[in-house]
Design a protein around this ligand. Structure first.
Ligand code: FES
Length: 79
């Protein structure tokens, strides 16, 4: 079994960002690396952050609501 410290773990926080932990590379659609100075980052999923793709806490002001668990009843988008 793989060591969990060698894997990227993405955790959707209830009413908040996607927390990404582990050895990851963040890049834009053109493949340009987005500098990240931490091993854990919070990615915005509410769309209201002023520092996207990172969370800046704006989800609290906009009362963004989303569960931590996967929502059912809809096929995931492929992008
Ligand atoms: S999830 Fe935090 S600002 Fe969007």
């Amino acid at each position: 079994m793989a060591d969990p410290h060698d894997q990227v773990t993405i955790t959707p926080y209830r009413d908040g960002p996607l927390l990404v932990r582990g050895p990851f590379r963040l890049q834009d659609m053109q493949g340009r690396v987005i500098d990240v100075e931490r091993e854990t980052v919070a990615l915005c999923r509410c769309g209201r952050s002023r520092v996207r793709p990172f969370c800046d806490g704006s989800h609290k002001l906009t009362r963004f609501r989303a569960p931590s668990a996967a929502e059912r009843g809809r096929e995931p988008d492929s992008g």
